[in-house]
Design a protein around this ligand. Structure first.
Ligand code: GLU
Length: 468
């Protein structure tokens, strides 16, 4: 059975890269009827924070990346790592390194020639540790130190990456691996191997920044004679300018996207396409469909490019696909102070025009309250004695309307323009700014019908009173 894991370190928020790694693990697991597990790599006490762990849970849950078994915390497994490191020492596969950081710097400075090839340096270092030179012999009495795994020369370490293909390195170029620090905490490579083994992980899918760690992890598996999982290293994600992805490119944490009104389905779809695509160039694909067709071998090995405009476009597509009731629930989750009918009006008229949920509130504030934002500059430009005069004539005619329907409202406005011998736009623009505070928006007559007679007349009246 396929078992994969997402193994974030809780030293920061769940960002685009991590979320994509989690998502590919999830798709791979579900496609293969396997299990998707979560491990929190929190051995670094200084940098790990509980609120980041919760943020990771929240972000994953919001994206629908639900893990199948109990979360594994590395910080609760410290004794296990120690036990296995000591086992390797007792089998003579690993050895103690008693130097403290300062002593080691001194010794290296004194005894290791500069510019020496890595494969030679490795042996000098090992000898200095196993046989400390004069002045350092006493350190062996300390009884406490770091633990290093012997890496013998002459082995070709090779693995078949499911995305990158074959990767090989000669063991001569790998230093003896520190597996336990002198404070008793495991190094990243060691803890990962112990945990992946006991969690029975079959496939390790992670960012390609870990490629250079993989041969070291393979050496640790070999030291225990454990089965080695398969590996797939995901391509980097770059900004549009091909530089390292950052906030500047609009790359935020998963929860920040939620806050800005991105739908979880849209972010899911967008992240999935950062490095993978179905063969037919479709861009809008449901989660179920992705699970059906996702193959890790189809992931690109070249870097993916993050394009925030594409995410916004995708989000607008997902907003269009949702029905009004679903959108209502989402908007109420964001802000519960508005009347449902008003929210529904706002949704109906703006659904095809917004890119985020938040834009319903921003662009449609005039549906929701009398306290809507007014584009002051446009107002100054459009409202003057002449246009107020048109509006006051229109006011009288609208007041007499029996059936407040967009068709009627349009006929009345156009015939007034005709009588005044002006273009309808000369009334339409001032009217729009007065009733909505904006120069753009949905069809004006539909907007008037939706706002209702009383609201429209009041808003026109307010403008007339303010300026006459
Ligand atoms: N904690 C590591 C990271 O966040 C996990 C790497 C791995 O999946 O092995 O990069």
């Amino acid at each position: 059975m396929v078992r994969v894991r997402f193994a974030p370190s809780p030293t920061g928020e769940l960002h685009v890269g991590g979320a994509r790694t989690a998502l590919y693990n999830y798709l791979f697991a579900k496609h293969n009827n396997g299990k998707f597990l979560l491990r929190i790599e929190d051995t670094d006490k200084e940098r790990s924070r509980e609120e980041f762990t919760y943020g990771i849970f929240e972000g994953l849950k919001w994206l629908g990346l639900i893990w199948d078994e109990e979360v594994v915390y590395q910080s609760k497994r410290l004794e296990i790592y120690k036990e296995y490191a000591y086992q390797l020492v007792s089998e003579n596969k690993a050895y103690f390194d008693y130097y403290n950081a300062q002593e080691w710097e001194e010794v290296k400075e004194k005894y290791i020639p500069k510019d020496i090839p890595i494969n030679e340096k490795k042996h000098i270092e090992r000898n200095l540790i196993l046989e400390p030179p004069n002045g350092y012999k006493h350190i062996k009495q300390r009884g406490i130190g770091a633990i290093r795994l012997f890496v013998e020369d002459g082995m070709l370490i090779s693995f078949e990456d499911k995305i990158r293909g074959k990767i090989e390195i000669l063991s001569d170029y790998i230093n003896d691996i520190v597996i336990l620090r002198s404070d008793g905490t495991p190094t990243y490579n060691f803890a990962v191997v112990i945990d992946d083994h006991f969690m029975e992980i079959t496939h390790v899918i992670r960012g390609d920044d870990h490629i250079s760690n993989t041969p070291k992890q393979i050496l640790i598996y070999n030291a225990f004679d454990w089965k080695i999982p398969e590996f797939a290293h995901l391509p980097m994600i770059l900004g549009k300018d091909k530089k390292k992805l950052s906030k500047r490119h609009g790359a935020l944490s998963v929860l920040e996207y939620k806050n800005m009104g991105i739908l979880s389905e849209a972010l899911f779809n967008f992240l999935a396409l950062l490095g993978w695509s179905p063969k037919d160039n479709r861009e809008i694909i449901s989660k179920e469909e992705m699970i059906r067709i996702f193959k890790i071998e189809d992931v690109n090995s070249s870097p993916a490019v993050f394009d925030i405009d594409k995410l916004l476009w995708m989000n607008s597509e997902y907003i269009r696909m949702k029905d009004e009731r679903e959108l209502l629930i989402l908007l109420k989750e964001k802000d519960n102070k508005y009347d449902e009918q008003k929210l529904l009006n706002c949704i109906r008229l703006l659904k095809t025009r917004v890119k985020t949920l938040n834009e319903f509130f921003e662009f449609g504030d005039y549906f929701l309250s009398e306290d809507f934002k007014v584009d002051k500059q446009a107002f100054e430009k459009l409202i003057n004695e002449k246009t107020l005069n048109y509006l006051s004539l229109l006011y009288e005619r609208y007041k007499a309307v029996q059936e407040w329907k967009k068709e009627n409202l349009e006929i009345i406005l156009r015939s007034l323009a005709n009588e005044l011998n002006i273009k309808p736009a000369e009334i339409i623009h001032p009217l729009r700014i007065v009733v909505s505070g904006k120069t753009v928006g949905p069809s004006l007559f539909e907007l008037l019908e939706t706002l209702g007679k009383e609201v429209v007349l009041n808003r026109i009246n307010k403008a007339l009173e303010m300026h006459l």
